[in-house]
Design a protein around this ligand. Structure first.
Ligand code: ADP
Ligand code: MG
Ligand code: ZN
Length: 320
């Protein structure tokens, strides 16, 4: 009989497949020469103003429909302030006060039976640039700066690594078939929040967050390692668990502390006065809904009606 239960919540960042960036007309295509896809706006030059990409909004809404979310027809952007050389404005444009989608639900089929994962919210934000290190110097490439992302935040509803990987595969196949994202390696990145509690307890334990994981295989290993570390800490009192951000080291298979978790106040969030609120009127919403692809669950249902076996349905859907 298992003594402890693992509790996991995910924040998944997905780069969306738009032609241009989210607040300027630079190409959002992957690759290119360093700093080829840049302009004064995405490089944060003073006086440049952002303009929201309509297609990015549409894809975020489409993702919301696919995850059974409430679509918020009034949505706004906020500035999240922090200083890092890959962030030319020293703030990231994101959504905290009025995210575009809230309260969704994703149903999973696992070896333990069906599981429902609640989606807390989907918000839009811009990606940061990339630092390139060479010898004693570091360089910055702004090609990815301002590429549109959606961040999908779940409630702490996962209870195992298997459930997490099933969920990630489902998101990937939904987003591919819906044209939200090709979800190539690196285009889907995940922060994994983990805590552990005695079986039967209704309170959550102290949580740690493993940042920025791209490979599903590494995510699975990281969850197993980290939940065992929590269990050992509780069982043997060999270390005190603190709420913190950690990174997973692929070689040793262990997680290491990076920093204490920031609180919201550290980021000085405030509404971005350069961007008008987005109002998604009923007509626009209907138009997006009409272009929505058949959801994976509905597709599976159709295949069942044709008498296709569950195993073949899984193959058809994941190869889509
Ligand atoms: P923050 O404001 O610190 O980002 P949130 O409440 O938005 O915190 O949660 C971030 C993620 O952490 C969510 O995916 C949520 O499900 C997960 N989470 C919150 N509490 C716990 C916990 N005790 N154990 C595991 N995951 C948790
Ligand atoms: Mg968070
Ligand atoms: Zn630009």
């Amino acid at each position: 009989m298992q003594k402890y239960e693992t509790v996991i919540g995910l924040e998944v960042h997905v780069e969306m497949a738009t032609e241009s960036k989210i607040f300027c007309s630079c190409s959002a295509k992957f690759g290119g020469e360093q700093n080829e896809h840049v302009c004064p706006a995405c490089c944060g030059m003073p006086g440049m103003l952002p303009v929201t990409n309509r297609h990015a909004i549409e894809l975020a809404v489409k993702a919301g429909f696919m995850l059974n979310c409430k679509i918020n027809q009034y949505t706004t952007f906020d500035k999240k302030s922090y200083y890092y050389p890959d962030l030319p404005c020293a703030y990231q444009i994101t959504q905290i006060n009025h995210p575009i989608c809230t309260n969704g639900l994703v149903s999973l089929k696992t070896s333990q039976g069906p599981r429902d994962i609640r989606i807390k919210q989907i918000h839009m934000e811009e990606d940061a640039g990339k630092l390139v290190h060479s010898g004693n110097s570091s360089f910055v490439d702004f090609n990815r700066t301002s590429v549109p992302l959606i961040e999908i935040v779940t409630q702490p509803d996962f209870r195992s690594a298997e459930e997490v990987v099933t969920y990630l595969n489902k998101l990937k196949s939904m987003f591919r078939s819906g044209g939200i994202s090709e979800c190539e390696e690196g285009a889907m990145r995940c922060d994994v929040n983990i805590s552990v509690r005695p079986v039967g307890s209704t309170e959550f334990g102290v949580r740690t967050e493993i940042k920025n994981m791209a490979s599903f295989e590494a995510i699975e290993r990281a969850i197993k390692y980290e939940s065992q570390r929590h269990m050992d800490a509780l069982e043997y009192e060999i270390e005190e668990l603190v709420q913190e951000t950690r990174r997973f080291d692929d070689v040793s298979g262990k997680t290491f502390a990076m920093r204490n978790k920031e609180t919201e106040a550290d980021y000085r969030y405030f509404p971005d006065a350069n961007l008008m609120p987005i109002i998604i009127d009923d007509a626009w919403l209907e138009e997006i809904k009409a272009n929505k692809p058949v959801a994976v669950d509905e597709k599976a249902e159709q295949y069942r009606e044709y008498g296709i076996s569950e195993k073949e349905i899984d193959m058809l859907i994941s190869n889509h």
